[in-house]
Design a protein around this ligand. Structure first.
Ligand SMILES: *Cc1c(COP(=O)(O)O)cnc(C)c1O
Length: 495
């Protein structure tokens, strides 16, 4: 079955998978969604015998139907290789009765690597297929993890350049150091005076500027996005839910056809949407538990049916979830609106004008697969400490938000379903918050002293991604105001 993509705001705007990957965002500002979600064709007990790359192929070929088998295998094998520190790519680890799906074994030790190590290959393959001659300029706004993962993925990839904007005071010191030390002639990193939403809005405005696009074309450039709205990121994220399920099946933890729950620490709603698509495609998933931090827009949305971003933006210890506009939620809204692009466009219009929208009772009725919860910064810290003291396993702050929400869910519902928690970052990426959660006496220590202390406590080796920034030189020092983003891009491209 051929899968075609269309904009969530206009059913006339259609694209093949490779075109949608190239464009990133639809030209009307909507997101590309498959017009039909395919069903898994290979039985799960058969996939249980496959390795990560093989599972990835079986899943991705259903969604990216205009890629040849050869192209897709090339992309998958170029992505999930020795850059990951385990051949399992996404191992499961049991602790305190739940299964942590460790999505942080790639080059930058956060889950963004799962998609961003393959996106450059999907994108350059898509460019070739569509006879795109221009140099592709990747423009990305990051709350911390996307930036580095995108930089690592695109650095030195021929025919591409990458420009990353991040909130100057809104990422962890290690996240910032990872980005500003990035090598590669085609990479630029810019801090902005503003928060993540400012950065994301700035990037969206640049994308939607037609005059600029025309001027770019003249100069031999074209924009594309590595943000989680790109279906080239969404589709690879479906894979690891299938992989996790089939590992649990192989281990006998799950019986044939038995459901698992998934818990996802959520920001832009990309990761959990991938789990939802996996469920729609036939993966036996029970509840999709959406965990937020103090920026609990999504929790409130699941409670009340009103999405309202008009509130204070709170800086937390889980910065990759400090988001008030969860872009990928639009794909869910579109789905529960009965795939009605006009209705969705109306709601998104309201969001742009007033910062909020309310869905109908009928739409709310279609959200029963989801459970929303949130954890405060204090609960998050307590969760890290408790799990460590009970099991010796040390999780990062984002994963701790999910764990805290899951503990509350389990308490409230007594649901005994086998549960997988998406573990989205290595604790080494958020060392200070993690270590001071375990014991406040770590407070005065330096960042790299804390790294060594974490290694000792957790009995794990310091990841290569951390070792390499210990002594790396700062290469990117550019900072700009949030209204200067477009001018900065033009300057970088020599326009
Ligand atoms: C990006 C990120 C998230 C949020 O994922 P979304 O797909 O944006 O919901 C959670 N945790 C970490 C560590 C991340 O980097």
């Amino acid at each position: 079955m051929e899968i075609i993509y269309q904009s969530t705001r206009n059913k006339e705007e259609r694209a093949t998978a490779s075109e949608a990957i190239l464009k990133g965002l639809a030209s009307d500002g909507g997101l590309f969604v498959p017009t039909a979600i395919p069903a898994f064709s290979v039985p799960f007990d058969q996939m249980a015998k496959m390795d990560y790359c093989q599972v990835a192929f079986e899943v991705m070929k259903l969604f990216l139907t205009d890629f040849t088998e050869e192209e897709l295998k090339y992309c998958i094998e170029s992505a999930y290789d020795k850059k990951f520190d385990t051949p399992q790519i996404a191992p499961l680890r049991e602790a305190n009765g739940v299964y942590y799906l460790e999505l942080f074994h790639g080059a930058t030790i956060a889950f963004k690597d799962m998609a961003l190590s393959i996106l450059p290959h999907l994108l350059t393959t898509a460019a070739k297929k569509n006879h795109v001659g221009e140099e592709i300029v990747i423009l990305t706004a990051t709350s911390g993890d996307t930036g580095k993962a995108a930089l690592a993925g695109f650095a030195e990839v021929p025919g591409t350049r990458i420009i990353v904007f991040y909130p100057k005071d809104g990422v962890s010191p290690i996240q910032e150091k990872q980005m500003v030390t990035q090598r590669g002639k085609n990479t630029t990193v810019v801090g902005i005076h503003g928060n993540f939403d400012d950065a994301q809005n700035g990037v969206k405005a640049i994308f939607n500027n037609r005059e600029l696009a025309a001027a770019m074309k003249e100069k031999g450039f074209r924009f594309s996005s590595a943000n989680s709205i790109n279906i080239g990121r969404l589709v690879p994220q479906i894979v690891y839910y299938v992989y996790a399920y089939t590992r649990l099946l192989a281990a006998g933890t799950l019986g044939d056809g038995e459901c698992m729950n998934v818990v996802v620490p959520t920001g832009n709603f990309g990761n959990i949407l991938a789990a939802y698509y996996a469920k729609c495609a036939g993966l036996p998933i029970g509840k999709l538990i959406c965990a937020s931090n103090d920026n609990k827009v999504l929790y409130d949305f699941f409670q009340s049916g009103t999405y309202d971003k008009n509130r204070e933006f709170i800086l937390t210890t889980s910065p990759s979830m400090d988001i008030l506009i969860s872009s990928n939620l639009e794909r869910l809204i579109y789905k529960i609106a009965g795939e009605d692009a006009e209705k969705n466009a109306e709601l998104m219009g309201a969001l742009a004008r007033t910062g909020k929208y309310q869905i109908t009772e009928e739409m709310r009725g279609k959200l029963s697969d989801f459970y929303g919860g949130f954890a405060t910064t204090e609960q998050t810290a307590r969760t890290i400490k408790e799990l460590y003291e009970k099991t010796g396993y040390i999780i990062d702050t984002h994963t701790a938000v999910a764990t805290s929400v899951y503990n509350a869910y389990r308490e409230e519902t007594k649901d005994q379903t086998v549960t997988v928690i998406a573990s989205t970052a290595s604790p080494y990426k958020f060392t200070r918050s993690v270590m001071t959660a375990i014991d406040p006496r770590y407070e005065p220590m330096g960042d790299f002293e804390l790294v060594d202390e974490l290694s000792r406590l957790s009995e794990t080796k310091v990841p290569g991604a951390i070792e390499e920034i210990r002594s790396a030189e700062v290469i990117h020092k550019r900072v700009c105001d949030r209204d200067q983003m477009q001018a900065t891009v033009e300057e970088i491209l020599g326009m």
